[in-house]
Design a protein around this ligand. Structure first.
Ligand SMILES: CC(C)(COP(=O)(O)OP(=O)(O)OC[C@H]1O[C@@H](n2cnc3c(N)ncnc32)[C@H](O)[C@@H]1OP(=O)(O)O)[C@@H](O)C(=O)NCCC(=O)NCCS
Length: 140
């Protein structure tokens, strides 16, 4: 079932298929659709996983290629979870990050997944500045 999955970086996508993947995995919807598209096309790299034509996995990356990178919005269709798809997407994103020293991410749903794949809780506290008037919801 997972042998025929194709992983590509920065290849065309339909916004609706990303939305329905997000829905299927129970993540917060990004609205409106134009914002979702902007988030993806504004990323330095994004990975899509397809079984035939069907989108079954996604993840995106912001990176400066030299020092730090940030992975965000990893999602795998529940029917394909725990078969190595998430690992394959994660590896491609880390590879796409360039020569960085550290790759950050935030999760409150998948700690065991990231820890299994070499991520450790940060030794420093991560801070966030929330810009006023931009409360759209969506990924951390
Ligand atoms: C997190 C997620 C992307 C992982 O993708 P995946 O394809 O299931 O992961 P893999 O098959 O490559 O790795 C699975 C391994 O991770 C670990 N793991 C621990 N908890 C897990 C969990 N809740 N889900 C998936 N894997 C988990 C296990 O070691 C598991 O291996 P095992 O099945 O042999 O026990 C996927 O479960 C998902 O989309 N979850 C819902 C959305 C989400 O929470 N995204 C993360 C946002 S930061």
């Amino acid at each position: 079932m997972t042998d025929s999955i194709q992983y590509t970086v920065n290849s065309p996508f339909r916004p609706e298929e990303i939305q329905s993947l997000i829905n299927s995995a129970g993540l917060t919807q990004i609205k409106p659709l134009s914002r979702l598209v902007g988030m993806i096309t504004g990323s330095d790299a994004y990975v899509t996983a397809r079984a035939g034509d069907t989108l079954i996995g996604f993840g995106r990356l912001l990176t400066d290629y030299h020092s730090i990178a940030y992975i965000n919005y990893m999602v795998v269709d529940p029917a394909y979870q725990r078969k190595g798809v998430g690992q394959a997407i994660l590896e491609k994103l880390v590879e796409a990050s360039g020569d960085v020293e550290r790759v950050f991410l935030y999760t409150d749903t998948a700690d065991a997944f990231y820890m299994r794949h070499g991520f450790t809780p940060s030794e420093k506290r991560l801070y966030v500045y929330r810009k006023k008037g931009t409360e759209h919801g969506g990924p951390s």
